[in-house]
Design a protein around this ligand. Structure first.
Ligand SMILES: [Zn+2]
Length: 230
């Protein structure tokens, strides 16, 4: 159920009748190479949260479109402070609880939001009903940035992909896990410096079919996880 489309009396009735689960998607606005829109993370996390809400009968809240993407500078990004994001979430959760919804799933769509979400989680540590999940941890493959995974997902859900502009970016082929994790840390400071063109991975062979498969995988794993949670 999409909360924005509901009417107050029906919504209050629903909340009274059954304990509802709220789902809050958190995205980002940042460069995703020349072939994906800057809304990519927000678009993907919105779709995954929508499908999750259908499967678990959850209440989908509006996506928080802004995240923390300073590592992409001087490429385009619109960023908020870490403390701002965790405060927004604190406020929304407090308001949800006041309105009778205390089971809350926060679905994160962007790596750079992790620090802020961790500090938010620490503050909620006594409240096991509020949980944070980063969606890419629920797929059976390595995540990328505007590479094969993200581009395939976007081909499956969006008309805004420009495959003619898709170019290979930074490749980890042949690198050890240690080397990858070292370069990952550098990328968290300056993504353009490490990748050159802002792309981590190879988007050129992406397909909507693979994208649909990955979404299914993630949503099913998240359903299992949220069943364990509540
Ligand atoms: Zn992304």
């Amino acid at each position: 159920m999409i909360i924005r489309d509901q009417f107050d009396p029906d919504l209050r009735k629903l909340i009274k009748k059954k304990k509802q689960i709220a789902i809050i998607p958190v995205g980002s606005i940042e460069q995703h190479g020349p072939h994906l829109p800057i809304s990519t993370d927000s678009d993907i996390v919105t779709e995954i949260s929508l499908q999750l809400s259908d499967k678990i009968n959850g209440v989908l809240l509006p996506t928080i479109n802004y995240g923390i993407s300073d590592e992409h500078f001087p490429f385009f990004n619109l960023s908020i402070r870490k403390s701002t994001l965790s405060r927004i979430l604190e406020d929304i959760c407090e308001s949800l609880i006041k309105n009778g919804i205390s089971r809350i799933l926060i679905i994160n769509g962007h790596y750079g939001n992790l620090d802020s979400l961790k500090s938010f989680e620490r503050k909620q540590k006594n409240n096991r009903k509020i949980r944070v999940f980063s969606y890419w941890k629920y797929m059976d493959r390595e995540f990328d940035h505007a590479g094969n995974v993200e581009t395939s997902i976007m081909l499956a859900i969006s008309k805004k992909v420009n495959m003619r502009k898709a170019k290979k970016g930074f490749q980890t082929d042949g690198m050890s896990k240690k080397e990858i994790s070292k370069i990952n840390k550098l990328a968290q400071k300056s993504f353009p410096k490490v990748t050159g063109n802002g792309v981590w991975g190879d988007p050129t062979k992406s397909s909507a079919t693979l994208g649909r498969k990955i979404i299914k995988e993630v949503v099913n794993n998240l359903v299992k996880e949220s069943n364990l949670t509540y």
